[in-house]
Design a protein around this ligand. Structure first.
Ligand SMILES: Cc1cc2nc3c(=O)[nH]c(=O)nc-3n(C[C@H](O)[C@H](O)[C@H](O)COP(=O)(O)OP(=O)(O)OC[C@H]3O[C@@H](n4cnc5c(N)ncnc54)[C@H](O)[C@@H]3O)c2cc1C
Length: 495
């Protein structure tokens, strides 16, 4: 078996690279270790309900907005069902003593905030202009002809918190603005303004759920590849890269089979590539750097099945904080768990009135799972199940203060921890979003798609940015190393 492009991993990045290269006439082969495609975009079903794992809402899908144009190019436009979140408050940021709405559209966002913070007009105007300017300076965001050099973007070396504090004087407003920073596992002393701006600005433009789940997106992208003659192997774990004269020749699978190719793209955590190759070229370059880089914190998710017609569906995401400071990660304390959570009812095509299920996400540090780090999914033992159930109960009890009676609406629950992510997706230490983009070391934490092996490339959340938009741009940047980037951008612009 020999292909033009062999892609290791069917996460969003792998599937999008497969789509781009198939469209350019490459024979593509995707290797996925699991029996389900999609990586963090896969869904699962329990008691007739669908649960998203790593795509609860998405952004900038209105006409003329960045992801809308990418969706057109990838054939997702009009095929994927979308439900717009409340434009007056797509995210609600809740503290024990105040509740604030983040509205869509810059003017609407500012005017809504001014109702709570009437003295902050200048600061809000400066804030919104800056995050918009940062996005406009990125040619993958504007799809312009101008070449974009991430190293020249000064906001990579600026702290999000420092900037927010420099323009906004009210402490509560500083926190409300960053109140959905769980979207990027925000760290007070590490998260760059670039990461905050790209994500915040995109969601302020427009925010959406995918009724009936994100697996539909995966299926469309996979179908596009097979319709173009591409091949997708499930249960095909890549274990070794076989090289000849500094080029990768084939990938060896766990079952011993080999898949040959001309180009190889890894959609996995870069550390996996280190474990798969003997090439000193890449090892000496990567080893120290990748090992020294920190990953973002992991997540604990509580998946709730509600009793029939018992809990109302609401069309926004509810971020709650049990403290004033929303930058939890640097201050994470298991003794105070949960310090925050985001509560998101699942959108379905069945009902807009009642929620049949919901996901509740909060942080969890890998260290807390130390006792089970040498176990695998489904075989971690009774103590682990007790630990998870205790956490689920604690989280629900905490939610009772904001949603009195919610526990009585729950039919059943399921949970996942960073160990789940480590074992299903292969992220290091169960990290949610891969390598942390630290503004204190902006150059070290940017992983470029090109490696020291000329025909081996990286893609996915570790290379550019995580999330549906970040990974989409990452796939374009990666493929731009193999095909002409201006030609590709033109095709996307004209889609
Ligand atoms: C709890 C949570 C909630 C999230 N919510 C949102 C959200 O609401 N909106 C949003 O935009 N983003 C969200 N994200 C982020 C988003 O899901 C990810 O950034 C994105 O899906 C990552 O895509 P990726 O291409 O990097 O690949 P991944 O999803 O990391 O997939 C990698 C793939 O490679 C496969 N693989 C690994 N090793 C091998 C191997 N050796 N051989 C073969 N295959 C292998 C894995 O099985 C997997 O399929 C969330 C993430 C988490 C954890």
């Amino acid at each position: 078996m020999k292909f033009d492009a062999v892609i290791i991993g069917s996460g969003l990045g792998g599937l999008l690279c497969g789509n781009i290269l198939s469209k350019e006439g490459f024979s593509v082969c995707i290797l996925e270790k699991n029996n389900k495609l999609g990586g963090s975009l896969q869904t699962f079903g329990r008691k007739g309900c669908i649960f998203n794992t790593g795509l609860n809402y998405t952004e900038s899908l209105d006409e003329g907005q960045v992801l809308n144009q990418y969706f057109r190019y990838f054939g997702l436009h009009h095929k994927l069902p979308l439900k717009r979140l409340d434009t007056d408050g797509f995210d609600v940021i809740d503290f024990y003593n105040g509740r604030y709405k983040l509205a869509n559209g810059h003017d609407h966002y500012r005017d809504t905030m001014l109702q709570y913070f009437p003295g902050e007009k200048n600061g809000l105007t400066q804030y919104l202009k800056k995050i918009q300017d940062i996005c406009s300076s990125n040619s993958f965001y504007t799809l312009s002809h101008r070449p974009f050099n991430i190293f020249e973007n000064s906001s990579m070396g600026l702290g999000a918190v420092d900037f927010i504090q420099s323009v906004i004087s009210d402490y509560r407003l500083q926190n409300v603005i960053a109140g959905n920073n769980l979207l990027y596992a925000g760290h007070e002393k590490k998260t760059s303004l670039f990461v905050h701006a790209l994500i915040s600005n995109s969601f302020i433009q427009s925010a959406w759920r995918i009724p009936d789940g994100s697996q539909q997106l995966v299926n469309i992208l996979a179908d596009n590849i097979t319709a173009s003659g591409g091949t997708i192997y499930k249960n095909a774990k890549a274990v070794r890269l076989i090289s000849e004269k500094d080029y990768v020749e084939s990938v060896e699978l766990l079952n011993g089979e080999r898949v040959e190719g001309k180009y190889f793209i890894s959609n996995t955590h870069p550390e996996q590539i280190l474990s798969m190759t003997d090439s000193q070229k890449i090892k000496s370059y990567f080893s120290h750097r990748i090992k020294s880089l920190e990953d973002t914190i992991g997540m604990f998710t509580l998946y709730l099945v509600f009793k029939k017609n018992s809990f109302p569906y609401f069309n926004y995401n509810f971020y709650h904080y049990n403290q004033d400071n929303v930058w939890i990660v640097g201050d994470y304390n298991p003794a105070k768990w949960p310090q925050n959570y985001v509560f998101m009812p699942t959108a379905t095509s069945k009902s807009d009135v009642y929620a049949e299920s919901a996901s509740v996400i909060t942080y969890m540090h890998y260290r807390e799972l130390d006792s089970w780090k040498d176990t695998v999914t489904g075989k971690r033992g009774e103590a682990y199940i007790r630990f998870k159930n205790e956490k689920a109960r604690t989280l629900l009890e905490s939610m009772e203060k904001q949603f009195p009676g919610i526990s009585s609406c729950v039919d059943s629950w399921y949970t996942s921890t960073p160990l789940t992510w480590r074992d299903y997706i292969g992220t290091r230490a169960g990290s949610a979003f891969g390598i942390l983009k630290d503004y204190n070391k902006p150059f070290e934490s940017i992983i470029l798609p090109r490696t020291k092996i000329p025909n081996l490339f990286l893609t996915g959340q570790n290379t550019n940015l995580h999330g549906i938009l970040g990974v989409t741009i990452s796939s374009v940047v990666t493929c731009g190393e193999i095909i002409d980037i201006q030609h590709l951008l033109k095709k996307i612009r004209n889609a």
